[in-house]
Write a protein that binds this ligand. Sequence first.
Ligand SMILES: Cc1ncc(C[n+]2csc(CCOP(=O)(O)OP(=O)(O)O)c2C)c(N)n1
Ligand code: SF4
Length: 309
Amino acid sequence: MDIQFVRLEEKLPPREYKSDLEPTWCPGCGDFGVVTALTRAFSEEKLDPSALSLVSGIGCSSRLPLWMNAFGLHSCHGRAVPAAVGVRLAKPEIPTIVTAGDGDLFSIGMEHFPHAARKNFNMVVISMDNRMYALTKNQVSPTSRKGYKGSLTPYGNIDEPFNVLAFSIASGATFVAQTYAGNPKHMTEIIEKAIEHPGFAFVNILSPCPTYNKIDTFKYYKGRLIDINNELGHDPSDKEKANYYAEHALDADNPDAENLEPFHGKVPIGVFYQTRKETFEEKVAKLKEQYKPENPDTVWDEILNKYKP
Ligand SMILES: Cc1ncc(C[n+]2csc(CCOP(=O)(O)OP(=O)(O)O)c2C)c(N)n1
Ligand code: SF4
């Protein structure tokens, strides 16, 4: 049972998806590119700004809904995904896009992500991954590389980075991709695919923070990316290969990366995994079709009565 999103008859120009507010991000922040790609993807997908919801947490990246012309929910740190779940349940016909930071999604908000993924809510979750906490002035996040010197780790991060792509596939996400804020064309294509995908779509966007992170910069990524679909011919329906590629997604951090299969020092971008499974919203719609009590209140009374002393 396909639940169709509200769509316009004609495309709107991308600028129509921007609000009147000027972003307060630092000049050169990778997150500007994400706004550009989102507005282009929304235009291509003929989404209606009055039937579109953007949900974020707290962080530099989480300010994104403020700069957009759509419904926006700038929620609490780590709570973007459960807030988006609420939107999904209330309005399944309205596309729901989560835009948050790597810290927000995979540190304080971590417990929400795998459950929304395994339940296959039809939403797009975008991590704007600058590999640290920017808003609070440069602490390590779960995706920070080992050795990263943040404001509270002057001797370097002693932890290994968390592999968000492998984790997403293991959690049950039905669409898993990585793209790069410095490549608007690729980013737009990936976001469009994620919107078109019925189910939980995770997109990790490598989005440099030029103010604090002097390692994972635009210069670092230049010439270091490899497109797994177009250059390596990866078919996202091949789960075994998707897991293999995801497992090696962070190899470029390794000083010996050039000698490591399969990426030889490059950072992979593209769609790693995609499969079609019934979404949570479809399962709920089916239940509602199956069970139509004449008086829903009596059903609740029966359930509640069981717990009366
Ligand atoms: C409950 C709670 N804990 C901590 C904070 C402080 N805080 C605000 S943003 C943030 C981290 C931001 O990092 P990230 O989510 O990666 O986004 P970025 O700023 O890098 O885009 C933290 C720890 C908060 N606002 N609320
Ligand atoms: S501190 Fe970094 S992430 Fe935050 S707005 Fe500035 S460049 Fe962007």
